[in-house]
Design a protein around this ligand. Structure first.
Ligand SMILES: [Zn+2]
Length: 254
């Protein structure tokens, strides 16, 4: 194929590296989230040679400008330019690393349609930037990201009213099947694994979903933030119909 023809076939997009795995002696396969091409599986040839320019740019959590030739199963990376080097600051903090691992697994699961990819891309790059900056607790970033990414994927957790009856009365129960419920619906036995929630939980979840960090920051790490995380992660895994493997790495917030 002539150089001109092969040039025509490459496309460019911003990309967040979600995960990588080695192929053969020197190649690496990269799974990346892009705004315009959704998930891209691409092989980066020779990147594990010490002379490679691309290797360090294709690590998990990197935000790059990616040029690649689409292929039937695998695209082929032809150029990588670093936009934001989030990997080093995230890897330097074990809490940030474990949370980032959950974020990229969630993003991979939720991006099923290209129409959702641009918003999911923006949300994920914002969350990785916040993790790398280290000013907000990684656990709060995870909770907020999970609620917002589920919302983009069409699984919005109703926070202002009962998920069943739409009553605006106090939300007193939760089921991972549907979300927050009023007292009557919570006691109706219609849903699985219903449990009571504390009165402060719904407003705290609303603050997380809105990314209202001053309000979220007023809640000290402890029973309320643990309760919120447990509910959010139950809800996520119920909606995805699968466990998130990376959650096993997550430590308790201290
Ligand atoms: Zn209700």
């Amino acid at each position: 194929m002539s150089k001109a023809l092969s040039r025509q076939r490459t496309v460019r997009d911003s990309a967040i590296v979600l995960r990588t795995y080695d192929l053969g002696e020197t190649d690496r396969i990269v799974l990346a989230l892009t705004p315009s091409h959704a998930l891209v599986h691409a092989v980066a040839k020779g990147v594990r040679r010490s002379s490679s320019k691309f290797g360090a740019r294709l690590e998990p959590f990197m935000l790059v400008d990616l040029e690649f030739a689409p292929g039937k199963k695998l695209a082929t990376v032809s150029q990588v330019v670093t936009l934001k080097a989030y990997t080093a600051p995230i890897m330097a903090d074990y809490g940030a690393f474990t949370v980032a691992s959950v974020l990229v697994e969630l993003a991979e699961q939720l991006v099923r349609h290209e129409t959702e990819a641009a918003n999911q891309f923006r949300l994920l790059s914002g969350a990785l930037a916040a993790l790398a900056a280290g000013r907000i607790s990684p656990f709060r970033i995870l909770d907020s990201y999970a609620l917002r990414s589920l919302h983009l994927a069409g699984w919005t957790m109703a926070l202002g009213s009962c998920a069943e009856s739409q009553e605006h009365g106090p939300l007193a129960y939760f089921s991972p099947e549907i979300g927050l419920l009023c007292r009557d619906c919570g006691r109706s036995n219609r849903y699985d694994r219903v449990k009571p929630v504390s009165a402060e939980l719904p407003p705290y979840l609303s603050a997380l979903a809105a990314g209202d960090w001053p309000l979220v920051g007023q809640v000290a790490p402890g029973s309320l933030s643990c309760e919120a995380r447990g509910l959010i992660m139950d809800y996520v895994q119920w909606q995805l119909e699968r466990p998130l493997k990376s959650l096993a790495l997550l430590e308790k917030e201290v």
